[in-house]
Design a protein around this ligand. Structure first.
Ligand code: PHE
Length: 356
């Protein structure tokens, strides 16, 4: 009897050790320890054995059963872990892989790319980026920028006013330029200050060269010893970075309410190298034969503007500064030969895909 128990145990142990799946192991458990299995039957029959054998047989059968149970538990834990590892390896999803089929990555809109490029140029020159609200007050958009009460830009036909009670400095409008951010920035930080201010602006205009909403980048530098030469040098560095190392800039007298003197700035034409002619004879179509392209408006900050921020450290007797404002659309159109402003807003991928 004892020999039989040893034989059962040896056979079962070998089978358990060789089991390769939890399912196979479960079958072995049923076969060797289940209700109909030989060993448990044998245990149940111990009572009917002659008293002399009972003790030894019962003990051997019990030991064998416990040993097999322990072995099954241990092997089961091993197999479960192995199966879990295998499942994890099989189910792993790499979320960084491209889909099937791979989705093409997007690109920056030409206006965004142009804005960022211009920002980079000025960041490299020591300017910082500042922003202001698109919904502005008449005070910031016009009054504090020295606009005459009769200035045409104030007209209801030119500017989007937000309906509200009454008129006056607190009346609200969609900003017509980024210049009001100059005023806000100076109220936040005493001189010296060197900032650029990108953003959307709004005017009541709509044709091939005007959209009701467009983008500007404003610039402002104020310190005790800023001169027109600093303005010209800064804009020359900008023009070279954006339009090519060979470029020159020229300043033409102009008028803005908030700069004095005011200038319009031209860059030498990059298509004809400033000659106004293409291949000797034909007139350059980009600069219309003039050799120059207008890129922005600027000037020295009018002391009347400083007077509005005097209490924030801007004493018109002590500080001077320059300011400029350019249209992002205009810079992008010149640079890439875009014929119609509205192409920027049509969201036609055939147009947008050509850039970036
Ligand atoms: N705000 C002016 C415009 O929109 C541009 C400008 C900015 C001119 C700063 C001078 C100085 O036309």
């Amino acid at each position: 009897m004892i020999e039989r128990i040893d034989a059962i145990r040896a056979e079962a142990e070998a089978a358990i050790a060789a089991a390769t799946t939890t399912a196979a192991l479960e079958e072995l458990r049923v076969r060797h320890l289940g209700r109909k299995a030989e060993l448990p039957n044998l245990l149940r029959g111990v009572a009917e054995l002659p008293p002399a054998e009972r003790g030894a047989v019962g003990k051997a059968a019990n030991v064998a059963r416990q040993a097999l149970e322990a072995q099954i538990t241990a092997r089961g834990a091993e197999l479960e872990l192995a199966e879990l590892r295998e499942r994890l390896a099989r189910d792993r999803v790499d979320v960084t892989l491209p889909g099937t089929p791979p989705q093409p990555v997007g690109r920056l809109h030409l206006l965004t790319a142009t804005r960022r490029e211009i920002e980079d140029v000025f960041l490299g020159l020591g300017f910082r980026v500042a922003e202001g609200p698109e919904v502005e007050t008449v005070f910031h958009n016009f009054d504090a920028l020295n606009h005459d009460p009769a200035h045409p830009a104030r007209a209801r036909t030119d500017t989007f006013y937000v309906p509200g009670p009454g008129r006056g400095p607190d009346e609200v409008l969609l900003r017509t330029h980024t210049s009001p951010v100059q005023v806000r920035a100076m109220r936040e930080q005493p001189p010296p200050i060197a900032i650029i201010m990108p953003g959307r602006v709004y005017r009541r205009d709509s044709d091939a060269t005007h959209t009701p909403q467009f983008h500007q980048i404003e610039g402002l530098a104020v310190d005790e010893d800023i001169t027109l030469a600093d303005l010209k040098g800064t804009l020359l560095a900008f023009a070279k970075a954006i339009f090519g190392e060979e470029r020159e800039v020229r300043l033409r007298p102009h008028f803005f309410p908030f700069t004095e003197p005011s200038v319009e700035v031209d860059v030498s034409c990059f298509q004809c190298a400033g000659t106004g002619a293409l291949d000797g004879a034909a007139r350059c179509n980009l600069c219309k034969g003039t050799g120059w392209l207008e890129i922005l408006g600027s000037g020295m900050v009018d002391p009347n503007v400083f007077a509005y921020v005097r209490e924030y450290g801007y004493d018109p007797e002590r500080v001077q500064g320059f300011a400029f404002g350019m249209g992002v659309e205009r810079i992008a159109m010149l640079r890439h030969g875009v014929p119609d402003l509205r192409l920027f807003y049509d969201n036609d991928l055939r147009f947008l895909r050509q850039f970036g």
